[in-house]
Design a protein around this ligand. Sequence first.
Ligand SMILES: Nc1ncnc2c1ncn2[C@@H]1O[C@H](COP(=O)(O)OP(=O)(O)OP(=O)(O)O)[C@@H](O)[C@H]1O
Ligand SMILES: Nc1ncnc2c1ncn2[C@@H]1O[C@H](COP(=O)(O)OP(=O)(O)OP(=O)(O)O)[C@@H](O)[C@H]1O
Ligand SMILES: [Mg+2]
Ligand SMILES: [Mg+2]
Lengths: 168, 168, 154, 154
Amino acid sequence: MKLKRLELNGFKSFSEKTVVSFPKGISGVVGPNGCGKSNIMDAIKWVMGEQSPKQLRGKGMEDVIFAGSNGKSSVGMAEVSLVLDNDNGSIPQEYADYSEVVITRRLFRDGESEYAINHKPCRLKDISHLFMDTGVGSRAYSVIEQGRVGAIIDSKPEDRRHWIEEAA
Amino acid sequence: MKLKRLELNGFKSFSEKTVVSFPKGISGVVGPNGCGKSNIMDAIKWVMGEQSPKQLRGKGMEDVIFAGSNGKSSVGMAEVSLVLDNDNGSIPQEYADYSEVVITRRLFRDGESEYAINHKPCRLKDISHLFMDTGVGSRAYSVIEQGRVGAIIDSKPEDRRHWIEEAA
Amino acid sequence: SKELFLSTFKVIQEKMNEVFPVLFGGGTAKLSLTDEDDPLESGVDIMVHPPGKRLTNMTLLSGGEKALTALALLFSTYLVKPSPFCLLDEIDAFLDEANVERFKSLVQSIVRDSQIILITHNRRIMEMADTLYGVTMEQPGISKLVSVRLDTIQ
Amino acid sequence: SKELFLSTFKVIQEKMNEVFPVLFGGGTAKLSLTDEDDPLESGVDIMVHPPGKRLTNMTLLSGGEKALTALALLFSTYLVKPSPFCLLDEIDAFLDEANVERFKSLVQSIVRDSQIILITHNRRIMEMADTLYGVTMEQPGISKLVSVRLDTIQ
Ligand SMILES: Nc1ncnc2c1ncn2[C@@H]1O[C@H](COP(=O)(O)OP(=O)(O)OP(=O)(O)O)[C@@H](O)[C@H]1O
Ligand SMILES: Nc1ncnc2c1ncn2[C@@H]1O[C@H](COP(=O)(O)OP(=O)(O)OP(=O)(O)O)[C@@H](O)[C@H]1O
Ligand SMILES: [Mg+2]
Ligand SMILES: [Mg+2]
């Protein structure tokens, strides 16, 4: 499994369709305070199934939908797609025929939410299943949010066992 | 009231007597990770009366006593003195005759602790009284610990009122 | 007393109106009481709008915006009741270069008589200091103080 | 299952013995189970000793030491079960220059096939990137992606 690209539209400060492609190796994301860097990370956590608004720095899940700015009014929907390269078989068997797997999540202002894999509607469970045991996911060891790098050291011993279990 | 100097002996990583003088204006404290910069800040909070080991990043208060290193064994006492310049009358009236006020705190391994003002034993209450309504103190608005600059923004509205009260 | 709290609250709000736009290069900040009828028990709400933004709630602020907002509140309070000294430990960790410069010029304009102690790894912040102390552990585990000049820091 | 947890625990401990001294330039790190008799419910304790230090408990670690210890655990786990990608948001905020360099060389030595996405303000970290994205808000409040080269960043 490799990241190919991320497509955001109406997600947080990304009011217009934006595509971020991820080549192999190391990608750096830079920019001034408040420009939207951590929002990209939130978008990846969200499309991978994150259910807690607090983990996305919001109060309610509707906080992920573009709320407007001085120049542009709010929108009615947030949509994020994550395109994965199915190169080494770490994606579950049922997707073996596809060279690419596209995961999509949408949220409407009225609270309605949709998930899709390869443009076919699916449930959250299907998305969680796809990332199971890969070491990635909205709460996986490989995602470290801003200001929380020391969290694993501060956490209780019982909470640290999940870290080991994930790698098992 | 001005800071003149800080004297540490056996406090955290300062195993030997160390004097830090504070001239007017801006003082910068620099050095590699883990060298003892934040320990200086802890020393100032401690001598001003901090009672919670957690606020000093320890489990018990004995954690402020030098615990030893590969080259030196632990010591039995931590002592910090804060020398203040009594220049503008912000120090309570009973100290008006002194041009300098020295606050001292000691802790012994057996748990015994001592406070002193101008080398005369006193109670913690006397030290808290000295800093009352000055805007400084171990938990005053003018002390921001490492990693906690955003804490006032994250705190509950009821907790923020203390910030205003302090300045009243 | 009630009057004292309310008058202090009002003055800090006024200073915030001055300081916030200086640090953010524009925008507005508003303090409000959660319970105006009972000022002695009321909480204090903060709502800020960085320039051009229609922020709905403060939890959506970025790491740097949050730090800068907290510093605006610190300096607004300082202007109302200056504390004899300030101890600031790596408050610049999440600030970008432009905001570090705005922070520096604000500090230099308001620090009259007070002493500010800044712990930092950032060379631009070190440049502000009148006196610079280095802390070293030549003997591992034992802290010692040395005097340094900016040009000798590698 | 019990055997799988115990064997994973042992391998991560072994990797930690390799990775920690690389990041800290020496010292030791030890993982232990709080309840060896019941591995499926047991918590995991960590005790580290930066070079030359006799640390008594982990809460006394400095901000930079804590971040570096967490990164040692991250990369030890990565070496046992490499995740397809890592997302790291300003993990260098409290690291000094020497530790940033040690972090860089560790990342470059272990990133074989994986993708690492690093959000940072630090020019030395930017130098590591194969691809660099800039996020701007030319229109206030609206994020846009632009491609940048290191030499164009002011
Ligand atoms: N739903 C939303 N609609 C519009 N804007 C939003 C929304 N949610 C968040 N934002 C904006 O996104 C900004 C924060 O972005 P983000 O946290 O990604 O910044 P950053 O680039 O990580 O900055 P820093 O370097 O300070 O960490 C805030 O200013 C906030 O107003
Ligand atoms: N009682 C003690 N005896 C001996 N050493 C101690 C004691 N308490 C703390 N230390 C040591 O002090 C070190 C931490 O110091 P401090 O937090 O001041 O570092 P710092 O200079 O602020 O570093 P950073 O730049 O990473 O924030 C730890 O490595 C710890 O081992
Ligand atoms: Mg951020
Ligand atoms: Mg520190």
